[in-house]
Design a protein around this ligand. Structure first.
Ligand code: NAP
Ligand code: GLV
Length: 309
């Protein structure tokens, strides 16, 4: 039995070492050195090459090297009968919350405005806004969004959240479903996106959504690029309706060299680093899931293929 590792961005060595120590009976193969395709029981993957999964006839599960599984869901060659398992926190929540907190503080404290003032050599004190009077809207209240919402609330912000089903989180006003989206947007001054990319959430952050946000609202997108209509975002920033955007994810990654975001004065770009999978923190969850599956138990983080997350 073997496990096949495929990622163009993750180093396989710490994974190989942990598997050798903790599951020595399973061979560890790194793509393209697949060996006998019939022996591959598990695929440990990040953005697998289209069609790769269909070449593995004995797969018992696909184990994603991240929390988001949209590239696998979108791969027509994934047979829905093979369970798909994602990472549940595994070290990602702390990083995502740190990134979101940085972004919220950046816009809350008007660091964007002060950077511009410094460039213009201007000394101009803006009146303070207290955290309790600043509403941060967290879209997606799952493992990562829920952690961030709680941390922002503990910093004194007024936090509201939006999810598919009704959620109850201490100290956080929640909205749900399509019906709750307009009210959630109407109150949100800084929007942090934690949604998974699904058929329902693709393109959700478009001109209609931006128009419902209060004037001057800012966007932090740390979920997936295709949530955002990029042309609509640029138009909303240029018109002055939106105050700024901190973007970690994009429709095309790496972000093309000629993309307007690179030099837009109201946009900060980071290269999909809000939370990176660290083998040291994630390997025990993956190994535990393999053990569960081998015992006939359900793994942690089993994805519902119909829901898409
Ligand atoms: P999760 O636990 O599955 O949570 C997803 C949340 O989104 C849930 O609250 C869910 O609602 C909500 N949701 C899904 N579809 C919705 C819809 N149509 N309308 C309203 N709410 C909806 O996922 P997670 O572990 O927090 O991860 C979230 C995402 O973060 C990942 O999918 C990935 O794309 C992204 N991510 C990005 C980075 C990065 O470096 N930029 C790193 C890690 C993860 P319910 O509560 O009702 O189910
Ligand atoms: C990273 O983007 C992840 O989904 O874990």
């Amino acid at each position: 039995m073997t496990i096949l590792f495929y990622s163009e961005t993750d180093d396989p060595e710490p994974w190989r070492q942990a598997f050798a120590e903790q599951l020595p009976d399973i061979g560890f193969r790194v793509w393209p050195d697949i060996g006998d395709v019939r022996a591959v029981r598990y695929a440990l993957v990040w953005k697998p090459k289209a069609g790769l999964l269909a070449t593995l006839p004995s797969l018992r599960a696909i184990l994603a090297l991240g929390a988001g599984v949209d590239p696998i869901i979108e791969d027509a060659s994934w047979s829905r009968s093979v369970p798909l398992v994602r990472l549940v926190d595994a070290g990602l929540a702390q990083q995502m919350s740190e990134y979101a907190l940085y972004g919220v503080l950046h816009f809350h404290l008007r660091m964007d405005r002060y950077a511009q003032q410094q460039a213009d050599g201007k000394w101009n004190q803006l009146p303070p806004v207290l955290a309790k009077d600043r509403t941060v809207g967290v879209a997606g209240l799952g493992v990562l969004g829920g952690d961030c919402a709680a941390k922002l609330a503990s910093q004194g912000f007024r936090v509201i959240g939006w999810s598919r089903r009704a959620r109850s989180l201490p100290g956080i006003e929640t909205f749900e479903g399509e019906a709750g989206w307009p009210a959630f947007l109407r109150h949100t001054e800084i929007l942090v996106n934690f949604l998974p990319l699904t058929a329902e959430t693709r393109g959700l952050l478009d001109r209609n959504a931006f128009a419902q946000l209060p004037r001057g609202a800012c966007i932090i997108n740390i979920a997936r690029g295709p949530h955002v209509n990029e042309a609509d975002l640029i138009a909303a920033l240029d018109s002055g309706h939106l105050g700024g955007a901190l973007l970690d994810v994009f429709r095309t990654e790496p972000l093309p060299a000629d993309h307007l975001f690179w030099h837009h004065p109201k946009v900060i770009v980071t290269p999909h680093v809000a939370a990176q999978t660290v083998a040291e923190l994630a390997v025990s969850q993956v190994i535990d899931n393999i053990r569960r599956i081998e015992r006939g138990e359900s793994p942690l983080g089993l994805v519902d293929p119909h829901r898409g997350y």
